[in-house]
Write a protein that binds this ligand. Sequence first.
Ligand code: GDP
Length: 449
Amino acid sequence: MAGSFDTDIIAAVATAQGRAGIGIVRVSGKDLSHFATQLLGTAPPARLATRATFRGAKGEPIDDGIALFFPAPASYTGEDVLELHGHGGRVVLQMVLGRCLELGARLAGPGEFTRRAFLNEKLDLAQAEGVADLIEAATEAAARCALRSLRGEFSSLIRDLGRQLVELRALVEATLDFPEEEIDPLDREDARRRLASLRRETARALARGRAGSVLRNGLHVVLAGQPNVGKSSLLNRLAGEDLAIVTAIPGTTRDAVRQTIQLEGVPINVVDTAGLRDTHDAVEAIGIARAWEAIEQADAMLMVVDAREGVTAADVAIVERLPNRLRPVTIFNKIDLSGDAPRAEEKGKDWSIYLSAKTGEGIDGLREALLKLAGWQPEGGDVFMARERHLLALERVAEALKRAAETALRTELFAEELRLAQKELGSITGEVTADDLLGQIFARFCVGK
Ligand code: GDP
């Protein structure tokens, strides 16, 4: 745990700016009973909604509201917390906040309440990040996922891995001082088995985290195909009528056009690569270069073709230039004209989908394919909205365990890899975390949280 930290009184408006029925000023600090008495005339009883008048320096009323007092340690931050529920107007809230500052509080920085909660061990780092993710969640699926992190599901999975690692380390380090022939073969077998199980579980945690991170970042899809095959029609159809599509500004149609649609709460970012072809036109060339940049970063490629013509030589030329990991989803559009039956076929990493953007036939097959590509799971799916730093740490754990598996069991090197893996796991929940990382994480919070 980090060393000394501030316990001075912090205050902030915790509700959103604007006009609202209620607005909350939140105060946290080491001892707030004196503070509360000066502001309210008396310190409210613990955890009891109490009608109160918030008063200025001369005793004049600023607002009438409800005061909630949470004495330490049973509070969000682990310190004394005072919540002042007043009327939700910008000016009146600023007046209440101003009075708090007058009484010795200072304005809280972004995420400072949650930072204190972390430092007081009310929640771990992954949970604190869950708080921010829940507030930032742009879709229901993301919100559900963030709540699970906030409630500690992800943390307990990480802790469980950590516990298994400690047990394995104990087993291995105990044998370090013995000559090889004195080690019980059963112990050796046990250690190997434990290591294999740890590697499996780490890989599984990574897969769940990666799937969840799609909920935050969305799936990046590139739309390609020859002119007039129906790319725009398809996009409109996918987005549905209730979702506004950002139409291409006239004159920019040669550029990659970005739009985000949502499928089951998963953001799908689509880049329309209008006319990917070799050109001598300088402006068009810039647009095409951008399209290729988007392709480099994409997760999947939707190649739209006219079902009556099938994949043309020009389409093949594009596919051949794709990064290797990017398998195309080939969409045979206009089946209302070709007479093909709507269907979605998955062959290895390739998809072939027959549909009509015009009639909507077969569109569900495409939706399902996209969700599957995004790693989306229906409600009850066990993904975690892991952050990039969690995934990186888990990847390093997996690498260290892999190296350990390739090393002779009894060596210092083996023990060292396990130590490394444990350290990486600890960085996720914040057991071992550098101060500057904490700074970065909490700086992204809103003020008042
Ligand atoms: P883009 O150039 O690839 O974006 O193609 P558009 O979406 O602009 O479509 C080109 C033409 O094909 C338009 O006249 C569409 O109405 C038509 N079209 C698109 N999809 C279908 C389809 O599934 N069936 C039929 N019959 N026509 C389609």
